[in-house]
Design a protein around this ligand. Structure first.
Ligand code: UD1
Length: 447
């Protein structure tokens, strides 16, 4: 059965007190919207429609950055959840299959839960995701009649008896797409909020003799974000889940509560992540690598057996081959470091290639930027770059070549050569003692 995702994200999110649409606020380095899309992606959807309103352009950009096939349906006025879903009708006019409605501000729905909803669709026309709420507060209440879901009542419209129900609506709904839009056509805004409630489709379906049921999930899965405090709670839950998943995959986290993951971090088995490490988006760490304390990685790849940090920064485009060592206070950006090479201390490597087994001395800097353009530094295999070498790009240092400490390298160094590019040392015999005496005498005169 083909599945289409309809993801609602038109609301302003007033309580976020932000210029940015709510669904673009991030947890795990990705917009809330992307987390919702990622949950839905587990159903291998044939179509994904994001309903956008506030900040639609930015929402569209974020949706397409994650999935370029995602389509945007505009909801210029937010007249309620049924009205929001109705905006996807045009995009699904030719679609034959099931539609599942997700919320762009609800990032934790598990793929297994959506699969359970699709399974329930085999026997019921409308499937709603519900949960037992510890504090039902203002959620819509799911009113059951034997094993059928009879109706959903919004808090504002509920009687005392209905408010006593603790089985609540998550907002996630699945139905055949055509059925869904037919039911939505019958929804009115004759209610306490004056909104077109998506929840009304259940009562309408039952009145037409269709069946409806509830699939239950943990309340934690339905956690939505509507304030900065809620965003922080969601971040914390995301990180707890990401740490547990890494551990289950065979990764050692020395102090799990201090390691922060992104939505797409991939870490191989038997890697060790020391305390206080932050992963930004786009990081892959292969098996058996060690990321030492206080390192920050984003958009990079670390191969087997490599050791990074402590206090290292890998920026986008850093590619570390097997057994590479990157030490403290080293920053690497857009650079390929080949097998077994070492960049151990106080160094900046940007826009560069470093050959296998080369050693980059402490304090080396690739001067890659001339104020306007970026230039490349290429270092061959088995090279030795002396401490405090400035490599003024574009420049190439050949295989087995060396640079003397403190050199400013502005010309290419051929294979096997030693480049010395610094002032020659001049020792003045006894000068130091004479200078000291002179200075001390001046101090004694009170100068
Ligand atoms: C909705 C449900 C409620 C459920 C709760 C779970 C309805 C009528 N009520 O209430 O039963 O318990 O979610 O959180 O469906 N949105 C749009 N356009 C609109 C209105 C909303 O895109 O015109 C989006 C919002 O951006 C948000 C989502 O739909 O992502 C939910 O809307 P919201 O107004 O927060 O619904 P609730 O009042 O929470």
């Amino acid at each position: 059965m083909a599945v289409a995702l309809i993801i609602l994200g038109a609301g302003m999110g007033t309580r976020m007190n932000s210029d940015m649409p709510k669904v673009l606020h991030q947890i795990g380095s990705a917009p809330l919207l992307v987390h919702a899309m990622q949950s839905g992606a587990a159903l291998d959807p044939a179509k994904t429609i994001v309903v956008a309103g506030h900040g639609a352009e930015a929402v569209s950009k974020a949706a397409k950055a994650y999935d370029e096939t995602a389509e945007i349906a505009l909801q210029t006025e937010q007249l309620g959840t049924a009205h929001a879903v109705a905006q996807a009708k045009h995009a699904l006019a030719e679609f034959d299959g099931d539609a599942i409605v997700l919320y762009g501000d609800t990032p934790f729905i598990r793929p297994e839960t959506l699969a359970a909803m699709m399974a329930a669709r085999l026997t019921h026309d409308v499937v709603v995701l519900g949960f037992e709420a510890a504090d039902p507060a203002r959620y819509g209440r799911l009113v059951m009649q034997d094993d059928q879901l009879d109706r959903i009542v919004e808090f504002k419209d509920a009687t005392e008896e209905e408010r006593a129900v603790t089985l609540c609506n998550s907002g996630v709904v699945a139905a055949n797409a055509r059925t869904l839009f037919t039911l939505i056509d019958a929804v009115s805004n004759d209610n306490a909020a004056g909104e077109y409630y998506l929840t009304d489709i259940v009562g309408i379906a039952r009145a037409k003799g269709l069946s409806a049921t509830v699939v239950r999930c943990d309340e934690a899965e339905t956690l939505g974000v509507d304030s900065r405090a809620g965003l922080a709670r969601a971040e914390s839950l995301f990180q707890m889940q990401a740490r547990a998943a890494a551990q289950a995959n065979g990764v050692t986290l020395t102090a799990p509560e201090t390691v922060f993951f992104a939505y797409d971090t991939v870490i191989g088995r038997d890697s060790v992540i020391e305390p206080n490490v932050v992963f930004g988006p786009g990081v892959t760490v292969e098996s058996g690598a060690t990321i030492r304390a206080f390192s920050h990685l984003e958009g990079c790849h670390v191969a087997r057996g490599a050791v990074v940090g402590p206090y290292a920064r890998l920026r986008p485009g850093a590619e570390l081959a097997e057994d590479v060592k990157v030490g403290n206070f080293v920053e690497i950006k857009n650079a390929q470091i080949d097998e077994g090479a070492k960049v151990n201390h106080l160094t900046y490597i940007g826009d560069a290639e470093i050959g296998a087994r080369s050693n980059i001395g402490a304090g080396t800097i690739t001067c890659n930027y001339d104020g306007v353009f970026k230039h490349k530094t290429t270092i061959g295999a088995d090279a030795f770059i002396g401490s405090n070498t400035m490599l003024v790009a574009p420049v190439t240092v050949g295989d087995q070549a060396m640079t003397g400490s403190g050199s400013v390298i502005t010309r290419n160094v051929p294979d096997g050569d030693l480049a010395l590019a610094r002032a020659r040392q001049d020792n003045k015999p006894g000068f130091a003692i004479r200078l000291f005496e002179k200075l001390k005498a001046r101090k004694a005169r009170g100068e």
